[in-house]
Write a protein that binds this ligand. Sequence first.
Ligand SMILES: Nc1ncnc2c1ncn2[C@@H]1O[C@H](COP(=O)(O)OP(=O)(O)OP(=O)(O)O)[C@@H](O)[C@H]1O
Length: 133
Amino acid sequence: MGLRSIVQRRVASFRFAFRGIRFLFASQVHAWIHLLATLVVITAGFLLRTTTTEWCLLTLSIGLVWSAEAFNTAVEVVVDLASPQHHDLAGRAKDVAAGAVLLASMSAATVGLIVFGPKLLPHLNAPAFRIFE
Ligand SMILES: Nc1ncnc2c1ncn2[C@@H]1O[C@H](COP(=O)(O)OP(=O)(O)OP(=O)(O)O)[C@@H](O)[C@H]1O
């Protein structure tokens, strides 16, 4: 196989992968919610003086949730293909895949709390937030 065709195959693989991501956005409302959450986290990261290690943890968390959502979508598509009719096992597969997204999201939210919590606490003590005094 020549170098040219190796490169062409890699380029095609990337095109297929981006087509998958386009499908993710076209078919899943959750993808847009993840995008919004990603933008909020990145903005907070810049505003709250995030360290390199914290950026790495946030990046891994964001990637974990996106990957879980992509796999969940892939499972849904395959289940719909294999079992268009109602079947307990089809439902179970979809439930477990959705559970994976929930688990990933909960661990990402925990990382967010650990990273941003201590940075936000002093701001919450600011006069504008002292509504119960
Ligand atoms: N073929 C099926 N057989 C049995 N139960 C199913 C089947 N398809 C879906 N379900 C049940 O309905 C739930 C929702 O499935 P659906 O395909 O609508 O996913 P969804 O709501 O689009 O998920 P998401 O919001 O993550 O995209 C599943 O978690 C499962 O419990």
